[in-house]
Design a protein around this ligand. Sequence first.
Ligand code: DX5
Ligand code: ZN
Length: 219
Amino acid sequence: MVEISTSILSVKKGKESDTYFRLEIAKTDYFHIDVMDGKFVKKDTYQDMLENASYIKRISNLPLDVHLMVEDVKTAIDDFLVLEPNIVTFHLESCNSKEEIYEIISYIKKNHCKVGISIKPDTKIEEVYEFLPYIHMCLIMTVEPGKGGQTLLTDMLYKIKKLKEYINEKDIQIDIEADGGINLKTAPEVKKAGANILVAGTAIIMANDFKVIIDELKK
Ligand code: DX5
Ligand code: ZN
């Protein structure tokens, strides 16, 4: 059974509280918080995500799955740790050295939070291998980060498959989360490739009945 992390990026303005409540009833496993700084990616959702995540924190016990698409990772970690997220995921591509990556991993852990590393479509899966024993989740972007509603890049399925084979071979216990363009059509192949947490934004938020779609994606 996979878990579902609903991206709040496409939640309609003014419908936030109703949407979050309905998502909770529909049993999303996480709220996926897409933090964008307007530099690492064009869009800037930083303040909006801070406000929405702190609102969710106040009204729900469901865990926050924070996805940092920012250049200044440390500042973003400090800003979002306040909300006691379940996990903070940063991009390999926003770091300039291995030392920096290890430093961020330990910084997040020192703050009693789980760590995820995300890689963009053009980044080879091998680049994340050495960090896997020290993190809790690897987030494979199945679209170019920066906006919701895109079409899943099917080449990324091979990357998920390779990662799954590698962690099985090395007996590394981590979650594989796939993010971008996931819907009822693409979910089966993403799960088959080996992802055990699926991020979905548009596919869920646009649905009339959140529970039907979440149950279907979980199957
Ligand atoms: C894109 C974000 C994804 C995106 C998912 O940069 O990381 O989480 O919002 O949205 P959909 O499911 O609409 O592709
Ligand atoms: Zn995301």
